[in-house]
Design a protein. Structure first.
Length: 114
C-alpha cells in the first residue's frame, strides 16, 4: 500500500497563498484520480480538488478560481496551489486517491487568520 506525506501548510493571512505538496512512496501513475481533501474543526472531511492521470481537474465550488491542483507522475507528487486564502479554508489538508482510498497520511494544517 502506498504511503502519502503532505507538507506545505502553515499560518497565513487572509488573501495569502500556500502551496501544498503530497509525496507518495511509490508511483502514482496508475492512480487514475488523485485528490486533495480537507477537514475543518468539527466538520467532516471533504474533497476539494481532484485531478485525473492526464491532468483533468475538478474543484468544489468554494475553491474554484482560487485553488489549482496539479500532479507530477514522474515525481509521484501532487500539488495544491492555494491563492486568495480565506479564514474558512482553515483545515487539515490531506491527499489521497479518489474512489479507492489508501491509508490517510498525517495531513498538513492550514490556518488562515489575521
Amino acid at each position: 500500500q502506498v504511503q502519502l506525506a503532505e507538507s506545505g501548510g502553515g499560518l497565513v493571512q487572509p488573501g495569502g497563498s500556500l502551496r501544498l505538496s503530497c509525496a507518495a512512496s511509490r508511483s502514482i501513475f496508475s492512480f487514475n484520480v488523485m485528490g486533495w481533501y480537507r477537514q475543518a474543526p468539527g466538520k467532516e472531511r471533504e474533497l476539494v480538488a481532484s485531478i485525473s492521470r492526464y491532468g483533468g481537474a475538478n474543484y468544489v465550488d468554494s475553491v474554484k478560481g482560487r485553488f489549482t491542483i496539479s500532479r507530477d507522475n514522474a515525481k509521484s507528487t501532487v500539488y495544491l496551489q492555494m491563492n486568495n486564502l480565506k479564514p474558512e479554508d482553515t483545515a487539515v489538508y490531506y491527499c489521497n486517491r479518489v474512489g479507492v482510498l489508501e491509508l490517510w497520511g498525517q495531513g498538513t494544517l492550514v490556518t488562515v487568520s489575521s
